[in-house]
Write a protein that binds this ligand. Structure first.
Ligand SMILES: [Zn+2]
Length: 421
């Protein structure tokens, strides 16, 4: 974390060290929640305690505190979240809920690890609004939403939601569950931990202290005659095998897996020693996604338009006659001068066709699986990104922070040229 990029914190700037730590902690949480921060970090550094937030995926330093005061603050967070305040040697975890001044309640999960200079306290804020997003509000276009709805319409099988860390997988899973939760299905979730309560859904969470893990819960849930099961994350062979078995025996199973593309997600499942034939017959679709920043519509500026911006026919077909336009971020009061307003989903949706099924069975590599999917109409993530750029939703620079995308070099060059004018 560098010193640069410190952001406004006027509301509680100045007399911090005279404010009781518990008051300051409440102000910090409220401040972070108001700005839609996903995490709050209070970390010992060499000479001070650094307070930072993660907003729209990026870490921003809020301020530096005197060491002793910063430690009181860390201690207060540990105490209210029951995270082993007496044990300063071992990593600890805890949870708490605070009520904001507008009576909104915000839950957070806290994790502490010992570091070279003291401790890192990481607070993950669970904004209930994020758990209330429907599939129409994830940031997918009409065709992507239609594909997702088609996948969710399967009565049984396995749907994988994949992506790197912090790519919005959980948000998409929750939106999918909300879509399915129409009263006609019995839905169970197994989470670590339960992030948002969903009315009418049976939610269970793992408990490390009691050694209650995913696999054990999954076996138990299967005895409760579910129609839909959501699994937080497939992270070992046992969970992978049980998920596939459940999908093959009449349930619709939704799970996340850590992978960089849809085809890679299939590879990850094969690495978990799942029988390829069994996997191929059970899998109905794979979603891969990133979160990218959405341009602030109040201040974005058009720098080019016209068909020569379009890189290939797949992008042209998806734009369906819309005029391609390239914008640059400017910055203004609405977006705290960042030029971007929020995070939006950048997806790749693979529907398993009979050809892909055969590919999985015979052990085709991820490049071949991807090619089969593209031939069946899948829009590759880099092309989905180009469509979003040419609709003025985001910028080439922003996409290239998340994706290695040489296909976008013509747009990156146009954006750079506009910057240097
Ligand atoms: Zn703006």
């Amino acid at each position: 974390m560098s010193d640069s990029g410190a952001i406004d914190f006027n509301e509680i700037e100045g007399e911090t060290e005279l404010t009781p730590p518990e008051t300051y902690a409440a102000q910090l949480i409220e401040w972070a929640a108001e700005r839609n921060a996903s995490d709050l970090f209070i970390s010992d550094s060499e000479r001070s305690v650094v307070v930072a937030v993660r907003r729209m995926g990026r870490v921003e330093i809020v301020r530096r505190l005197a060491r002793q005061y910063g430690r009181y603050l860390q201690g207060h967070f540990r105490a209210i979240s029951d995270a082993g305040a007496g044990d300063l040697v071992h990593p600890a975890e805890g949870r708490a809920s605070v009520v904001l001044s507008d009576r909104r309640s915000i839950d957070f999960r806290l994790s502490v690890i010992p570091t070279l200079y003291g401790h890192d306290v990481s607070v993950r804020l669970f904004d209930a609004e994020r758990g209330r997003v429907g599939i129409d509000a994830l940031g997918m276009d009409d065709e992507e939403i239609a594909t997702l709805k088609r996948l969710l319409g399967f009565p049984s099988g396995l749907i994988l939601v994949s992506g790197p860390v912090a790519s919005g997988k959980t948000c998409t899973l929750y939106a999918a569950i909300r879509h399915l939760n129409d009263g006609s299905r019995k839905i169970h979730t197994i989470e670590d931990p339960v992030e948002y309560p969903l009315a009418g859904v049976h939610q269970s969470q793992t408990n490390q202290r009691a050694k209650l893990d995913f696999a054990e819960l999954l076996v138990a849930v299967l005895r409760h005659s579910p129609d839909v099961i959501m699994i937080g994350e497939i992270r070992d062979s046992q969970i992978a095998a049980t998920a596939v078995r459940a999908g093959a025996s009449g349930q619709l199973v939704l799970a996340t897996v850590h992978a960089d593309s849809t085809a890679q997600a299939i590879n990850v499942m094969r690495q978990y020693d799942v029988n390829p034939t069994f996997l191929a017959r059970t899998l109905v679709g794979v979603i891969n996604q990133r979160l990218i920043r959405r341009l602030c519509e109040e201040c974005r500026e058009e720098i080019a338009s016209g068909d020569e911006l379009v890189g290939n026919d797949a992008v042209r077909a998806r734009l369906r006659g819309e005029t391609p336009r390239l914008y640059r971020p400017v910055g203004g009061p609405q977006c705290s001068d960042s030029g971007y307003s929020s995070l939006t989903c950048l997806p790749e949706l693979m529907v398993i066709t009979p050809e892909i099924e055969q590919g999985i069975i015979r052990g085709a590599g991820s490049a071949e699986l991807e090619e089969l999917a593209v031939r069946a109409g899948m829009l590759r993530m880099v092309d989905a990104a180009q469509v979003r750029i040419l609709r003025g939703i985001t910028t080439p620079t922003e996409v290239c922070r998340e994706l290695d995308a040489p296909e976008l070099s013509h747009l990156v060059a146009r954006a750079r040229a506009a910057e240097s004018e």
